[in-house]
Design a protein around this ligand. Structure first.
Ligand SMILES: [Zn+2]
Length: 217
């Protein structure tokens, strides 16, 4: 595949003009409002100044991060909770924020090939991509060491990724290592989500090079 020019509509960073994904977190996007704390009824966590917008339709509390892309430096490996969630839920390309690629085999997701060839039921935090951005990601993204394209006819919202808290002494909260939590789990009241998790159903592995051919004039 010939080198692809980075479209002017994409935000870039540094002298190498690295494309900065729509869903990437920027260092200038800090927390806002009150920190998470134990509820007075001791039955879970909340924000003292919580509003309905802090929880999703499943009642899960979400991390509060300002939405000001372009502030500071791009933090390529980490994703902004709000933009990641929107891209996953609305099937937007995680790189350009436009509609992700969709054909008769479904929506296009990029992942690293783990050699298993088994993608059915894979749970992903990385939102889908459009074809042009898939080509850019394969070229520029250092984390995609063995890129493979998978199309899913039914990407199903599965749950969240984030931090489980447990109550400690003196109303203190213990934060655990980040993990996945399915929607409807009994630990929901103690969980702070930072990413929306989608389960890939009815999957087909795709020939990326063949699909990229369509991009070259
Ligand atoms: Zn795109």
């Amino acid at each position: 595949m010939s080198d692809l020019a980075v479209p002017h509509t994409l935000t870039t960073w540094g002298p190498r003009r690295l494309p900065v994904p729509y869903a990437a977190h920027w260092s200038g996007e800090g927390r806002y409002g009150q920190r998470v704390s134990m509820r007075p009824d001791l039955a879970g966590i909340w924000y003292l100044d919580e509003t309905p917008a802090d929880r999703d339709a499943f009642g899960v509390l979400w991390a509060r991060i300002q939405n000001t892309p372009g502030q500071g430096r791009p933090d390529f490996p980490s994703m902004h909770p709000g933009r990641q969630r929107r891209a996953q839920a609305e099937r937007l390309c995680q790189v350009c924020g436009e509609r992700a690629s969709h054909n008769r085999d479904g929506w296009l997701f990029l992942m690293n090939d783990d050699g298993s060839d088994r993608y059915e039921g894979t749970k992903v935090t990385k939102p889908p991509v459009c074809l042009r951005c898939a080509a850019l990601a394969v070229e520029y993204c250092p984390h995609l060491t063995h890129p493979v394209g998978v199309r899913s006819r039914r990407p199903k919202v599965w749950g969240v990724f984030g931090t489980l808290f447990t109550p400690g002494p003196n109303a203190r909260l213990n934060a655990h290592v980040d993990e996945y939590l399915p929607y409807g789990h009994r630990a929901t009241e103690w969980f702070l989500a930072s990413q929306l998790v989608v389960e890939l159903k009815r999957c087909t592995a795709v020939d990326l090079d063949a699909e990229f051919e369509a991009l070259t004039p």
